[in-house]
Structures are given as C-alpha cells and as structure tokens.
Design a protein around this ligand. Structure first.
Ligand SMILES: Nc1ncnc2c1ncn2[C@@H]1O[C@H](COP(=O)(O)OP(=O)(O)OP(=O)(O)O)[C@@H](O)[C@H]1O
Ligand SMILES: [Mg+2]
Length: 234
C-alpha cells in the first residue's frame, strides 16, 4: 500500500466517501465506493469490464447523481473520453477551445488563453487547423487542451489512449504525466486504463471490483498483481 503519511494533514484533492449508484434499470454500478487521492499527481484505476470505473468518473464529473455517499473536492473536474470525436465540437482547433474559456475576457486575452492551452499540449500554432485534419493523438491532445482552457485542475480520463497507436499513446501519457508533476501547480488526474504498461508512470493505482475500489498501491505492484491474467489485460 502507498504511504501518504507526510501529506495526511493536508486536504485531499478529491475524497469520495461511501458512494452508491444504481442505474434506473436497477443495475448496481457503485457499492459503498471510497477513494481518497492523497495529493496532486497521476492516479490510475484498473478493473474488469463493468466493474464501475466509468460510472465513478461520471459521478465525480457531476454527470450522474449518486443515490448515497458524497464527493468532496475543491478542484474543477473535466472529463476526457476514449474517443475525442465525442467532445470536440467546432470545426477549428482555436474555435473549439474558445467556447470552453471561462469568465469575461477581451478578444486578445481569449486568443492568448487559446494559444497557451495549445502550447501546453504541443499544438502551438494550430489555431486555424480544421479538427478533421488532426491525427487521433493530436485530437486527444486538443481535448486535453480544452480542459486546460476551461481551467480544470481535476482531469478525469476514461481510457484516453484506448484508440491510439503506441506512439500517440506515449505522447498523451507523458503529457498528462508532465501536467501532473513539478512544483508549479501540478494537476490531479484520475486515469482509467486496461493497458498495464501505463501503470509504470502513475503515482498510485487502485483496483475496482464490483463497484468498490481497493487501496492505492504502486503501479509496479498493481502490474505484477494483474500480470498473470490470461490476456495480459487489466
Ligand atoms: N447507461 C447505462 N444503463 C444501465 N446500466 C449501465 C449503463 N452504463 C453502464 N451500466 C452498467 O453499470 C455497470 C458499470 O459499468 P461501467 O461502464 O461503469 O463499467 P467500467 O468499469 O467502466 O467497464 P469498462 O471497462 O467496460 O469500460 C455495468 O454493469 C454496466 O452494464
Ligand atoms: Mg468504462
């Protein structure tokens, strides 16, 4: 189990307490689910299909209302989906980011905010690029830029690399790793994956089983726990 004693006195970026969620069909998805993120960083969730990972992220994002339990966070959550086509709306990169900006800003400040968000994800100068001309990996990085432009600091990533080739997968993973590291306002990310090799870059990993999360452990330890699975998948 991970030791978080040095940070135990600090406020957790995200505390999920005893969450229960049943779908209207009666299908239970979360069962007294607890999750406490000890500090900013990259935290990964693994678990078999249907164990409740996506439902948990949707509850944290405020898209679903749990029947019981509570979610405490001072952070601003934003979801990143497996398929970026499901969240990119407008035709050009710049216009897509522009609509997600928060607060009242003059045009120059809006353009600067878009420019900065694109720079943070390695898409500097892409303001005018039509989204349909981007590769899958670039689209996913643009979706992440959208969360940054919206000033989110709790990124909820639901298998963000599942549709990407190995190089784009690495780029997106290392981008999030970078955004969640360092001393200057590191972000907090909760990342769902079935790809065991991604666990190597996390600050901690937890296993979801039948709507409940187990304790945090290191990525390496989670990887060795799950490695004997027949198809090598979490
Ligand atoms: N819209 C829905 N209506 C009814 N039941 C649903 C709905 N979405 C998910 N479920 C059910 O809720 C449970 C948890 O699903 P969820 O999608 O959260 O699992 P998951 O861990 O994300 O799985 P996967 O790894 O396949 O993405 C499953 O039993 C699933 O069938
Ligand atoms: Mg899912």
């Amino acid at each position: 189990m991970l030791q978080d004693a040095p940070t135990a006195c600090l406020r957790s970026p995200l505390d999920v307490v005893d969450l229960t969620f049943d779908w209207p069909t009666g299908q239970p998805a979360l069962r007294h689910c607890n999750l406490r993120i000890p500090r900013a960083g990259l935290w990964m969730l693994v678990g078999s299909n249907g164990s409740g990972k996506s439902t948990l992220l949707r509850c944290i994002a405020g898209l679903l209302e749990p029947q019981a339990g509570r979610i405490d966070t001072v952070l601003r959550p934003a979801l990143v989906f497996q398929n970026p086509d499901h969240q990119l709306l407008l035709p050009s990169c710049g216009s897509d980011l522009m609509i997600g900006l928060r607060g009242q800003m003059g045009l120059m400040h809006r353009q600067l905010a878009v420019h900065q968000a694109l720079g943070q994800v390695g898409l500097l100068g892409f303001e005018q690029r039509p989204i349909h001309t981007l590769s899958g990996g670039q689209k996913q990085r643009l979706a992440i830029a959208g969360t940054l432009a919206a000033q989110a600091d709790l990124l909820l990533l639901d298998e963000p690399t599942a549709l990407l080739d190995p190089e784009s997968q690495r780029e997106v993973l290392h981008l999030i790793r970078r955004l969640c590291s360092g001393s200057d306002k590191p972000l907090t990310a909760l990342w769902i994956t079935h790809r065991l090799e991604e666990l190597d870059l996390c600050d901690g990993a937890a296993l979801m089983e039948a709507g409940r999360l187990g304790p945090w452990c290191s990525g390496a330890s989670m990887r060795s726990q799950l490695a004997p699975l027949p198809e090598g998948q979490a």
